[in-house]
Design a protein around this ligand. Sequence first.
Ligand SMILES: CCCCCCCCCCCCCCCC(=O)SCCNC(=O)CCNC(=O)[C@H](O)C(C)(C)COP(=O)(O)OP(=O)(O)OC[C@H]1O[C@@H](n2cnc3c(N)ncnc32)[C@H](O)[C@@H]1OP(=O)(O)O
Length: 159
Amino acid sequence: MNAIQDTYPDELSHCYGCGRLNPDGLQIKSVWNGNEAIARFTPRPYHTAVPGYVYGGLLASLIDCHGTGTAAAAAYAAAGREPGTAPYLRFLTASLRVNFLKPTPLGPELIIHGRVKELAGRKVVVEAWIEVDGETTVQGEVVAVQAPDHMLANLLRRD
Ligand SMILES: CCCCCCCCCCCCCCCC(=O)SCCNC(=O)CCNC(=O)[C@H](O)C(C)(C)COP(=O)(O)OP(=O)(O)OC[C@H]1O[C@@H](n2cnc3c(N)ncnc32)[C@H](O)[C@@H]1OP(=O)(O)O
């Protein structure tokens, strides 16, 4: 199955966390399975907090962009629409909460989970957590709001 980020139009694919067209970004890929979205990411050695452990800001970014990706995938599913079709359902982070439950070891692959807690109108609340070696080290919540039409119109305008 495609990652939701692979269905975003080019103009909306430059995000540092999830834009497939940002060569310096994290390029996370969130795959929706009908119940939750899953992303996998292996931090690089330079994503260090202290030797052996992952930097918290990176973990927050993973929760953030996986949250907005989960929101987009869930919104398309709830509308019975094919992901990536226009008019685009693209979400911005209105609020991000992250709890670091225990240090996250640097080295193994991280599995980022996202589940919808609430979906109503333009707002989707996503609970997300990061699992490593079978343990949850980070837990968070993203309030994702569908980008208003006037913002999208500016970005999608072609001359
Ligand atoms: C960066 C700019 C690019 C713009 C182009 C967009 C293009 C799409 C590309 C996306 C790119 C990738 C994104 C990756 C993740 C980021 O990194 S996003 C970057 C960081 N986030 C931002 O910069 C967002 C800045 N904030 C805003 O622009 C505006 O506050 C927002 C989020 C669009 C909301 O404004 P609005 O559309 O006027 O919202 P509004 O109609 O008042 O509220 C809608 C609903 O959301 C709720 N809500 C709004 N804010 C909050 C909040 N903080 N907490 C709780 N609920 C809230 C409201 O209560 C309301 O709920 P209901 O009453 O319907 O239940």
